[in-house]
Ligand binder design. Structure first.
Ligand code: SF4
Length: 121
């Protein structure tokens, strides 16, 4: 059975994670997985673009080696825009406990919800 690109990415990611702080040589990825170095490089690039992996060039025994590590995402700030969410009418609705799909009071029949949706679009 052939592996898909995402399966290969998952395997590479898990190998890098298993390597821990010492990382893994990019050149070893293709050997470990039995894939071409070009295919390994494409998958590693996708993992880097997703922010899951980082690579670092280093010198080992006088040779330049590209090492792969799990990206440290501890310092990434996540900014969420809650601008439209706080205006959702349900948050201030007195009927929220009676409102459900299929009932007399429901989001499908609610004028406040319809108006909010139209304004939000
Ligand atoms: S959908 Fe309408 S009736 Fe239901 S909780 Fe939201 S605002 Fe209230």
């Amino acid at each position: 059975m052939e592996s898909t690109a995402s399966q290969i990415e998952e395997i590479i990611y898990s190998k890098i994670r298993q390597a821990g702080e010492k990382g893994i040589k990019q050149a070893d990825v293709s050997k470990i997985l039995g894939i071409s170095s070009a295919e390994a490089a494409r998958n590693v690039t996708r993992l880097i673009r997703k922010g899951l992996v980082r690579k670092e060039a280093t010198i080992v025994d006088g040779k330049k080696v590209v090492m792969l590590y799990i990206a440290n995402n501890d310092n990434i700030d996540i900014i969420a825009n809650l601008g439209n969410i706080i205006d959702i009418p349900c948050f201030s609705c007195k009927l929220i406990n009676k409102c459900q799909n299929g009932s007399h009071v429901s989001p499908q029949s609610c004028n406040k919800m319809n108006r909010w949706l139209i304004e939000a679009l």
